[in-house]
Design a protein around this ligand. Structure first.
Ligand SMILES: Cc1cc2nc3c(=O)[nH]c(=O)nc-3n(C[C@H](O)[C@H](O)[C@H](O)COP(=O)(O)OP(=O)(O)OC[C@H]3O[C@@H](n4cnc5c(N)ncnc54)[C@H](O)[C@@H]3O)c2cc1C
Length: 425
């Protein structure tokens, strides 16, 4: 333990990043208070697909995503990306920087930088399994489903390239419908070709949130709920968190408020362009529940087996809000998914939910201390990867609190967008 025993750290937000940070701060001997606006896991944490997927951790900005986004916007039926016209002024700064980060060389560099965290994920997750915090990790593989051989070959080639990064084995050979039906009997007519890709794993994220809360509380952490932090202020030797119920004081603070972080960071001089990209999930109850994660062609919709139900996840929606289910998005996900699957009563779906992903323009999180407020550590902007990168982020946060800027990873510098137009790290 290198943290001075009993030094107080207040963590803003009991989502995935706040909870993982609390876990590793406790390991170092800190006294941790979690200050949460609502209840733990109130943002994107419980909505998510449950994929612990270091092999699939490419950053979002790329020409492919820009192209898919433009197509979706131009399509009358919409697509997996949705930008509400009224939200354009609010997201223009994010989008301009997103496009600036799309060129292949920037995409490749960001991916290498994300791998600094990704390479730690498997062993940290294995340790959380040993500690009994993760109890339902599944590793039967991701089954990629396609309607044409050409599409399957393109998808296979891109995952073969991903595997060369060393975080997962090469995908298994492409097979036809008959072999796919042996793996998963509940496939529909669009599932003509496909292949299995092992390496990445999945779990029930809600169960993980509950287990992390139970674990940190049992180790002495304090949890303050229904306490939205309005401001974070650094004083001489302390940090103050202003909440409607009063001021919470500590020696250090960690800002891990997910898609709500930007308004807390701006007064500290950090312009992170953290933007809510809403994602949707709902449950279905298939006649033949899948035993693999299913990825459905180019739809950007996926299915995760989760105990007695199957979770359907997808959609990136920018409407300037952090909540509010638009039924049209759920209906579209169902229309996109239905041809690939059989034996599902889509009308009988349950648990329809939305969660705000904390998106950043270069697809990388903001993790580091704040110049001029060195007692405040930022840990947010995990885009689509907060579950995958959560454990490695939490450990880095604990290092930053313990050793200060010496532990900083330049690629995640929270100030990288604050220094000039369209700057990246
Ligand atoms: C549909 C969907 C599917 C996804 N699938 C995956 C996946 O399969 N794998 C993966 O790795 N990632 C996935 N993600 C992304 C992942 O869920 C996020 O990256 C992750 O939740 C971000 O963690 P966070 O702690 O930063 O934010 P959150 O988990 O959203 O937590 C933020 C917390 O801060 C609290 N808060 C906000 N403001 C304040 C305030 N002022 N004061 C105090 N507390 C505050 C909120 O109430 C919330 O509890 C998915 C996301 C969505 C929406």
């Amino acid at each position: 333990m290198t943290g001075p025993k009993g030094t107080e750290v207040a963590v803003v937000g009991a989502g995935l990043i706040g909870l993982f940070s609390a876990h590793y701060l406790l390991d170092r001997g800190y006294a941790v208070s979690l200050v949460e606006a609502g209840a733990p896991g109130g943002g994107a944490a419980r909505v998510n697909g449950g994929w612990v997927c270091p092999a699939r951790s490419d950053p979002m900005p790329s020409w492919g995503v820009v192209r898919d986004g433009m197509r979706a916007l131009a399509s009358p039926s919409g697509g997996s990306f949705f930008l509400h016209p009224a939200a354009v002024p609010g997201v223009a700064g994010y989008l301009a920087r997103f496009v600036a980060n799309a060129p292949a060389s920037r995409f490749a560099r960001s991916w290498d930088e994300l791998d600094v965290l990704n390479r730690q994920t498997a062993s940290l997750v294995d340790r959380l399994v040993e500690a009994g915090i993760i109890s339902d990790l599944q590793d039967e593989g991701f089954l990629m489903l396609h309607s044409t051989r050409e599409e399957a070959e393109a998808s296979w080639a891109s995952l073969a390239a991903v595997s060369r990064r060393g975080l997962a084995p090469a995908p298994e050979p492409i097979v036809g419908r008959e072999a796919l039906l042996e793996l998963e009997p509940g496939l529909g007519p669009a599932s003509q070709f496909g292949f299995l890709h092992r390496g990445d794993r999945w779990l029930n994220p809600s169960r993980l949130v509950d287990a992390l809360v139970e674990s940190v509380l049992s180790r002495g952490a304090r949890l303050v709920t229904e306490a939205p932090v309005r401001a974070v202020r650094q004083r001489a030797q302390r940090v103050e968190l202003d909440t409607p119920a009063g001021v919470v004081e500590a020696e250090h603070a960690v800002v891990a408020a997910g898609a709500w972080s930007e308004s807390l960071l701006r007064p500290l001089g950090v312009r992170g362009y953290v933007t809510p990209g809403k994602g949707y999930s709902f449950s279905v109850h298939p006649e033949h529940p899948p035993t693999h994660v299913l990825r459905l062609g180019g739809t950007h919709v996926g299915l995760t087996p989760m105990g007695d139900r199957t979770r359907v996840v997808g959609m990136v929606e920018f409407d300037g809000k952090r909540d509010g289910v638009h039924q049209g998005r759920i209906d579209l996900m169902k229309r996109l998914a239905a041809p690939y699957l059989a034996g599902i009563d889509w009308e009988a779906s349950t648990d329809e939910r939305v969660g705000p992903r904390p998106m950043t323009p270069d697809g990388k999180p903001l993790i580091g201390s704040v110049p001029g407020s060195d007692r405040v550590v930022v840990a947010t902007g995990h885009n689509m990867l907060g579950l995958t990168l959560g454990a490695a982020t939490g450990r880095l946060v604990a290092d930053l609190v313990a050793t200060g800027p010496a532990a900083a990873v330049r690629a995640f510098d929270p100030m990288r967008f604050s220094r000039g137009p369209l700057r990246r790290g």
